[in-house]
Each structure stands twice: as C-alpha cells, then as structure tokens.
Design a protein around this ligand. Structure first.
Ligand code: ARG
Length: 599
C-alpha cells in the first residue's frame, strides 16, 4: 500500500499547510519541517493508518492537540482526492488521526495488483549497481554450513534487490590464493604428484584430507615450511608448473561447489582472491600516499580510529607483513577499492554488501574504515556487512555428524530430501493415494531443499540458528511445507473448477466479510515488506509476512465459502485466492524457493 500511503502523506501535508500556514512556514525556516507522522495503524480497530503530526504542533500553537487534529481533519475532508480514498477520519486519544481506507480503495488496489505481473511492487526509484559478496568458500577445503548460510541468505538478498530493479553482481570471493596453496602443492608433490598435473586425479574429499595433512606438517616441520614458502613465491611469480597445479586444484573445488549451487538453483560469478593479486601493491602505495600507512615492527599497517585493543591502544590493520607478504585484509582492501571504482577500472557499485558469519564483523569494520579514510568509498555510496550467527545442532553445540565430523553439505541436502520423501510416502499411504515415482521424487526434492532454505531464512540472521530436520519439515508452523501447502491448496481450487485466471476488475469486486478484509489488508502489505528487506537486508521479515499471509488465508478459506458462494462473492473470493497464490509464489521465489501445484 505504499502508493496509497504516499498519496495520504501528500494530502496530509497539504491539509496541515492550509490549516496552519504560519506554523508550517516557521518550522521550515527553523530547518525542521512539520511531518504528518503517518504510520500503519497500531491496531486493526484504529483503521489502516494513523497520523500523529498534530501533537508536536500543540506547543508552538499553544492549542490542545485534539483541536489541532480537528482543524487538519476539516482541511482533509475538503480535499476530494482524500475523500475518494478514505472514510471520514476519526480523532482518538490525545489527538491521533485514524484513517480507514474506503472499501472501493482497497478493491481497486486488489484489482490493480491482479493486473500487474509485479503485483504492485514498483521498481526502485534510482536503481543503482550493487555488489553482493556471498557464499565465498575456500578452495581445497570443504564448504561448511556457514558457507551454506551465506549462500542461502546472499541469494535471497540478491533476488530481492534484482526484483527491485538494481543490477546486482553476485560475487563469489573464493579463497583461492595464499600460503595454503604453497603447503598443499608441496605436500601433493610428495604424496600424489598426479593431482598436480592431471585433472581429476583425486577428488575433493581426498584434497581436503591432503590439505589437513599439509597443514599438520606445516605446523610441525620447519623444512616443510620453508619448501611451502618457496612454493608460494613460485606461484606468485607466475611459475608455469605451479600455476598449472594451482589451476587444477581450483578447478576441482570449483566443480564441486558448482554442483551444490546448481542443486540450490543459485547463480554466482566467481571472482576469487587471486583476481586482486595484481592490485595489492597499488593498494599499499595508495595508502602510503594518503599518509595512512605506518610501519610497525617491520609490518605495514594502518592504525584504526576508535577500535582499540585490550590495552586501550588503537589496533593496527596489517596490510603487508614484515616478510613482504599480503593477507586476507589486503585482498579485501583491493576488492573494496575495485568494487567502488568507476568502470572500466572497477565495478562502479553504489552499494557493496558482504554476507559472512558474525565472527568477521571486526575484520569488515576495519576494512570499511580504512577504505573510507583512503577515499575509496564515493559520496552517498554505502557498504554493509550482513552478519549471521552460527549453525548449531539440536543440542545447541556446533553442528556435527554423529561420529563428530563436520557435516558435508551434500549429505545435509541429501538427508533433507530423503526425509521429505519418507514423510510424503507415509502421507500418501495414509490418504490411500497412488502417485508416480517421478512425482514423488520431484515433490521430495522441492520440499527438502525448500525446508533447508526456509529454515535458515526465517530466522533473524543475527541469532545463532539450531538446525533441526524435524522442525524444518513439519507441515505445521513457520515452515516451508506449511507455505508450500497453501499454494497447493489454492491450486486445488482451480482444479475443482474455480477460475483463477480471470481479471475481474475493480468494479466487480465485492467484499463483505471480515475474513475477506483481513486477507485483503494482509495482501496489500507485500510492497512495503519488500522495500523493508531491500533496506534492512533481513529476509526473515519476508518469511514472517508470508507465514502470516498463509495463516490469514487459511482462516478465510476455512470460514468463508468460495466455490459454493453466489456471485459476486464467488468471483471476488476467487480473485483473493489468486492474489494470495501469486503473492506466495513471488515471495517464495524471492527466497529462492520453488513452489508446487500438488504435493
Ligand atoms: N573465504 C572466506 C571464508 O570462508 C569468506 C570471504 C568473504 N568475503 C570477503 N570479501 N572477505 O570465511
């Protein structure tokens, strides 16, 4: 209802202007223009909106706020455009103006959305390029549940921003550079030289084991350390054999990651840490020339403002180690500089977003500060870290397999799908339904993956999240199956003869029952919720809205006849059913969740 709210805001402003021209002018002069303070009604019995702007006028006008509210309402009522939108306003409490939309306004809004493939969600004014850095696993290491969270949350944010019309670069900042490759290559040379010259000589699982062994040797064996360092130098100086080995290792991981992205229907553009390697020197030079760089015990650093260590002294961000090597932070500085730099030298982003676990918050705070002080973040552009909590098992501890190993993502998705299939088969048996195997497979896959995604997205991402197959697959509660089932329920109405394709137009729509109004009002909030997610980057807001929508819909559908109703109620109710299904499909689609017609 954003367009309606916008119109009301304008009408209220004009009414205040007409009622109290001097006070409005004085407030403008003072640099604090008066606002009608329009907000959604705090309770349904107060109508749709409330305007609290009369209260702050009481003091300058030396009048009771109720009197002021009355004067504003008089002016509002003199405006035919306002009268067309709203019932006569009511003044409540100390001077709140309660606004209730006319039923014709609501019906027209329903009709407008039914006729619009975007369901009334306008594209953003001033669409601006976004860089969204998410997923970002590390080569030769297994992707873990933290990366899964980043992948799922990042994808959903990308979808929302794209839907609002922003060009989004979905960047996979994979860890594909650095000392770990020196270790790994040195170790492989000795134990599995084939892996360095032949594609697919080992699989990723083995590679992960080799990496662990290499790390162990590195930590305990000075000769191995030395050899690894030399290997890194060879790689960084572009030695052909080292580069080839590195390329093979990356390819191996890349294919494994891609399988997971394909399965989750997630698109990403790989631009790993190695991409920024040629730019690192310039970053350090840039920091030197702006006077930010300080040498501290042989390392090049920038001392952070307002970020202190235990001793109260400013903490340094190290950008070049004493041995001349660069680190994770240097790469991120190069990345942020590149992302904001104008094309063709950079991405020309106006908003850069990083989705990682909350543990990296101080890293990003430091990188953002240095980038800002170095002047790399343009005026008006924004940079945001989107943190998330840990994934825990049902015992509240770190998620592990029964044998205590880290959970492999492939296994996790497999188990979700298997359990969804078992649930489905049980239900089919109870309902004595016969279904084809292909149907069962399709439904189980859709439900299983939806459950994993939705369970993650429906949590406020800032909190730790307890992973539970039973909870995420339940048919009741704030779960994917519950939402998917509502879509199926509506599709069933069409199968039983309800026309869900028609565009009845506002003139035909007639709503009389409170359940209809409740559903209408819920449906009309979709645009505001999407804008909220676009700004706050909290997908759980969209989940909460969709869950609430299903509950309101189910109440409507259980209490009010649809197919058996007489006209014009039947057509009007079918229109609400269709808008509900469309809203759920769009909303779930923005969460990266596919819907079903039957389940
Ligand atoms: N590879 C890192 C990790 O696994 C995440 C990278 C996040 N993005 C970034 N620009 N630092 O923790």
């Amino acid at each position: 209802m954003l367009s309606i709210a916008h119109a009301l805001d304008q009408q209220l402003r004009a009414a205040m202007e007409r009622a109290f021209p001097e006070a409005c002018e004085a407030a403008r002069q003072a640099g604090a223009p008066l606002s009608p303070q329009l907000a959604p009604a705090s309770k349904p019995e107060f109508g749709d909106f409330q305007a609290n702007g009369a209260l702050p006028l009481a003091r300058p006008l030396k009048r009771a706020p109720r009197q002021i509210a009355t004067a504003i309402v008089e002016q509002l009522q003199a405006d035919p455009a306002f009268q067309a939108l709203c019932e006569p306003p009511e003044i409540a409490g100390p001077g709140f103006i309660n606004l209730t939309l006319r039923s014709t306004t609501l019906a027209a809004e329903v009709a407008r959305r039914l006729a619009d493939p975007r369901l009334g969600v306008a594209p953003a004014e001033g669409a601006a390029p976004v860089v969204l850095d998410f997923s970002s696993p590390n080569i030769a290491k297994e992707m873990h549940v933290g990366h899964l969270r980043s992948t799922i949350i990042g994808d959903s944010l990308a979808r929302v921003l794209e839907f609002r019309g922003h060009p989004v670069r979905r960047l996979n900042h994979v860890g594909d550079w650095g000392t770990q490759f020196g270790m790994l290559i040195t170790h492989l040379k000795q134990v599995a030289p084939d892996a360095l010259t032949t594609a697919d000589a080992v699989d990723l699982g083995d590679l992960v084991v080799f990496y662990r062994q290499a790390k162990q040797r590195f930590d305990g064996d000075p000769a191995f350390q030395e050899a690894s360092r030399e290997e890194v130098v060879r790689l960084q100086s572009g030695d052909a054999l080292s580069l080839k080995a590195w390329g093979l290792l990356c390819e191996q991981s890349r294919r494994e990651f891609q399988r997971l992205y394909d399965r989750l229907d997630i698109r990403l553009e790989e631009r790993g840490e190695s991409f920024y390697n040629p730019l690192l020197e310039a970053v350090v030079e840039d920091l030197r020339s702006t006077g930010l760089l300080v040498e501290d015990q042989g390392a090049q650093c920038v001392f952070l403002e307002g970020i202190t260590g235990k001793d109260g002294q400013p903490l340094p961000l190290i950008v070049q180690k004493s041995d001349g090597g660069y680190n994770y932070a240097t790469t991120d500085l190069a990345a942020i500089r590149y992302r904001f730099a104008a094309a063709p030298e950079g991405d020309g982003a106006r908003r850069v977003i990083y989705v990682t676990d909350a543990g990296q918050a101080s890293h990003f705070a430091a990188v953002f500060q240095v980038a800002r002080r170095a002047g790399w973040i343009p005026e008006g552009a924004s940079v945001e870290h989107v943190p998330f909590g840990l994934v825990q098992g049902e015992d509240g501890k770190k998620l592990k397999t029964r044998s205590g190993d880290t959970v492999r993502l492939r296994d996790l998705l497999d188990e979700a799908v298997e359990r969804a299939e078992a649930d489905l088969r049980r239900r089919l048996q109870e309902e004595e339904r016969q279904e084809e195997e292909a149907f069962i497979r399709h439904v189980a896959t859709t439900v299983g993956l939806a459950a994993v995604k939705y369970a993650d997205l429906s949590q406020n991402r800032n909190t730790n999240y307890q992973f539970s197959f039973d909870r995420m697959l339940a048919l009741q509660g704030n779960t994917a199956p519950y939402l998917l089932y509502a879509v199926v329920r509506i599709a069933g109405i069409a199968r039983r003869g309800g026309d869900l394709g028609a565009d009845p137009g506002a003139a035909v729509l007639r709503f009389t029952e409170p359940q209809e109004w409740a559903l209408t009002r819920q449906l009309l909030q979709m645009d505001a919720v999407i804008e909220e997610v676009e700004h706050d980057l909290l997908p759980n807001r969209l989940c909460a809205f969709l869950f609430e929508l299903c509950q309101v819909f189910n109440r409507f559908y259980d209490q009010v006849p649809v197919l058996k109703a007489d006209e014009p109620a039947r057509t009007s109710r079918l229109a609400l059913c269709r808008l509900t299904a469309d809203t759920l499909r769009l909303g779930l689609g923005l969460l990266g969740i596919a819907t079903l017609e039957r389940m």
